[in-house]
Design a protein around this ligand. Structure first.
Ligand SMILES: NC(=O)c1ccc[n+]([C@@H]2O[C@H](COP(=O)([O-])OP(=O)(O)OC[C@H]3O[C@@H](n4cnc5c(N)ncnc54)[C@H](O)[C@@H]3O)[C@@H](O)[C@H]2O)c1
Length: 340
């Protein structure tokens, strides 16, 4: 059972490729390495012990994409490919609208042409904005997007919902990720930020290894117990497994459009993550406090009852596992002689 993974060489896509193989599916990865590296494909193959289907392609190249779909005849698509830096999206919005929106529309035209009936989409908790009620449920009102990136996730959800509403015997799953962290327990794949990381954990690991001198925490005067922002951190392998289950359900039961939160269902503050990293890995982090960052909300975490009840999905890893695996990955990157 072939499944197309756009952006499958990325952080979440690569872990999903491995879990798909573990569950009997054949992933076909499409990636142009704009935010990844051939090393990831090599290491996926080390983990699964065989070749993985892979095409080096920009998914905006519709002619090439059509050829691939025709040849591979996938029964489902998991669409990870997108640009994902909030800051960059403010500076270069058209790049985001082109890749995250135009390329999605062009992909859906091919879905229609080849009648591919299962689609899983990488959405984000950014659609909730600064929520009034926490934990956030899927039925919470979404808020106006703060950045062009956030807006592409809201619009992406809407485009897909409108499109799948017109299709019979099809299913669409919108997964709203909270904060994916960690790495594969083997240490062979993990997050590979190009340039300065905008997420917390890669910044912590890069500071710990000496790639960065210092970690600055943006704000310690929020209305949270220790003054730092609270987020819902989910291990990337647990998140990957949510995709496998989404796909399994969508292949079994047709005719639905569903939205699920994927998080731990509890919040951790920035200081709690740093303390956990230091305690588990016995490494001190050089950090200080800076001003709040524009657009950061004080606190958010997910209500995950829906995905638990309907898909029997449960997170298996905790924060300690995540910080251990992320550190293991950062250390192994030295051996891979990977330079970002
Ligand atoms: N990591 C997060 O914190 C987070 C949170 C919520 C949602 N998401 C969404 O999840 C998805 C995957 O995120 P990730 O963290 O794995 O990001 P990532 O950057 O590691 O992975 C995305 C992959 O897509 C590839 N890609 C991008 N545009 C492409 C194109 N036009 N053609 C071919 N390949 C292309 C990149 O090279 C990269 O390998 C994205 O849609 C992102 O917006 C991520």
């Amino acid at each position: 059972m072939k499944i197309l993974l756009t952006g499958g060489a990325g952080f979440i896509g690569s872990h999903t490729a491995v879990e798909l193989v573990n569950n009997g599916y054949s992933p076909i990865i499409l990636d142009d390495f704009r935010n990844s590296n051939a090393l990831i494909i090599k290491n996926i193959e080390k983990i699964i012990g065989k070749k993985v289907g892979f095409y080096s392609v920009d998914i905006g190249n519709k002619i090439k994409l059509r050829e691939i779909i025709k040849k591979e005849n996938p029964i489902g698509i998991i669409h990870f490919a997108a640009d994902k830096s909030v800051n960059e999206s403010v500076l270069n919005p058209l790049k985001y609208y082109k890749n995250n929106i135009s390329n999605l529309v062009s992909l859906l035209e091919l879905v229609s042409e080849f009648n591919i009936n299962s689609f899983v989409f990488s959405s984000s908790c950014t659609v909730y904005g600064n929520p009034i009620k926490i934990p956030v449920k899927e039925t919470n009102e979404t808020q106006p997007a703060f950045s062009p990136y956030g807006y592409t996730k809201k619009v992406g959800e809407r485009i897909l919902t409108d499109f799948y509403a017109t299709r019979e015997k099809s299913s669409l799953t919108l997964l709203r990720y909270f904060n994916p962290i960690g790495a594969h327990p083997s240490g062979l794949i993990g997050e590979l930020p190009i340039g300065v990381p905008s997420n917390l954990l890669p910044f912590i690991t890069q500071t710990a290894i000496g790639k960065r001198k210092k970690l600055t925490i943006y704000g310690n005067d929020y209305e949270t117990p220790d003054g730092t922002c609270i987020r819902d951190y989910i291990h990337v392998v647990d998140l990957a497994n949510a995709h496998v289950l989404s796909l399994k359900f969508s292949l079994e039961k047709k005719n639905y459009i569903k939205t699920y939160n994927v998080g731990m269902g509890k919040g951790s503050s920035v200081l709690e993550v740093i303390n956990s990293f230091e305690n588990v890995n016995k490494v001190a982090i050089n950090y200080d406090f800076g001003a709040r960052r524009i657009g950061d909300i004080p606190k958010i975490f997910a209500d995950i009852d829906l995905i638990k009840d309907e898909m029997n999905w449960f997170p298996k890893f905790n924060l300690e596992n995540s910080v251990e695996h992320a550190w293991n990955w950062e250390k192994k990157l030295m051996d891979f002689k990977y330079i970002s």
